[in-house]
Design a protein around this ligand. Structure first.
Ligand code: DQA
Length: 144
């Protein structure tokens, strides 16, 4: 089975109820379903992890070297998640960083991502659609 890894960091488990004017009304379950639908035709399934702590995300990455690629929304770990950054440096498949909101249109502290330099690409500001676009792109990158 070919699995796509979906990684969501702190405070993303409450999507749908979290600052909806910024993050929208889709829940994480909605996003998981949408990503799964996007890749189903190609026989991929989704392995999803969300945690409010860095450690479980790193554990899952270390256990997921057999996945085809990953979509990573690090939440605020983008700012100083150095351990997550190092875990991603050793993740052997392509991965895309996604942010629901346009982080560059927001506070200064959200303007730097310590993981972005390692990503195949970064999608920001497109809401839940960004996850689907990332899934489509990974399908192209991996299946080519
Ligand atoms: C976020 C943006 C981050 O700055 C913030 O800390 C989040 C969500 C986004 O998806 O827009 O938790 O990653």
């Amino acid at each position: 089975m070919r699995e796509l890894l979906l990684v969501n960091g702190p405070n993303l488990g409450i999507l749908g109820h979290r600052e909806v004017s910024v993050y929208g009304t889709d829940t994480l379950a909605d996003i998981e379903k949408a990503v799964a639908k996007e890749v189903a035709d190609r026989g991929w399934t989704v392995r999803s992890v969300q945690s409010n702590s860095e450690g479980p995300l790193i554990d899952e990455l270390e256990d997921s070297y057999d996945t085809v690629g990953a979509i990573v929304n690090p939440g605020a770990l983008m700012i100083a998640g150095w351990s997550l950054r190092d875990a991603l440096a050793n993740y052997p498949q392509p991965w895309i960083e996604v942010h629901l909101s346009n982080v560059w249109a927001r506070q200064q502290f959200r303007h730097e991502s310590v993981i972005a330099p390692l990503a195949s690409g970064v999608i920001v500001g497109l809401g839940a659609r960004g996850y689907r676009l990332a899934a489509q792109t990974l399908l192209e990158i991996v299946e080519d």
